[in-house]
Unconditional design. Structure first.
Length: 130
C-alpha cells in the first residue's frame, strides 16, 4: 500500500468532521448533564424562599400537618408574596397532595412558597444549575 499526502481539501474535510464531532459531543454532554436533568427536593414548612435562582419546578408533595384546619399555599415565581403565581394548593385537614409536572414549569427569578393559611410539611422538587 502506497502512501500519499492529503490534499488541502481532504485535510479541511477531516478537520470539519472533527469539529462537528466535538460539537455533537458537547451538545450531548449538556443535554444529559445530571445537574440539569435531576431535580432535588427542597423542604418547605413555614413558607418563604425555597429557591433563590432561576430553575424549573418539577413537582411537589405537601401535607397539612395539624389535622384540624385547612392549609392554603401559593407557589410564586420570585422572592416574595408579590411574585407571579405558578401554582395554588388548598388542603383539607390532614390531606396530602402531590403533583409531577413532567418537563416542569420554569421560574425565571426564584421560587417562593407563600403559606397563606394553616400548617404544612413537604417539599417542592426543583431543577437548577448547581
Amino acid at each position: 500500500m502506497s502512501r500519499r499526502e492529503l490534499t488541502a481539501g481532504e485535510v479541511e474535510a477531516l478537520l470539519a468532521g472533527a469539529r462537528a464531532a466535538d460539537e455533537l459531543n458537547a451538545r450531548l454532554r449538556s443535554a444529559f448533564d445530571p445537574d440539569l436533568l435531576a431535580c432535588r427536593p427542597v423542604e418547605i414548612g413555614a413558607g418563604g424562599l425555597a429557591v433563590d435562582k432561576p430553575g424549573v419546578l418539577r413537582g411537589f408533595s405537601v401535607w397539612e400537618t395539624s389535622g384540624a384546619a385547612r392549609a392554603e399555599m401559593v407557589l410564586r415565581d420570585g422572592f416574595s408574596d408579590t411574585g407571579q403565581i405558578v401554582a395554588v394548593l388548598s388542603l383539607a385537614p390532614g390531606e396530602s397532595q402531590r403533583d409531577w409536572f413532567g418537563d416542569g414549569i420554569a421560574v425565571s427569578t426564584g421560587l417562593y412558597v407563600d403559606l397563606v393559611a394553616g400548617d404544612v410539611a413537604g417539599a417542592v422538587w426543583v431543577r437548577t444549575r448547581q
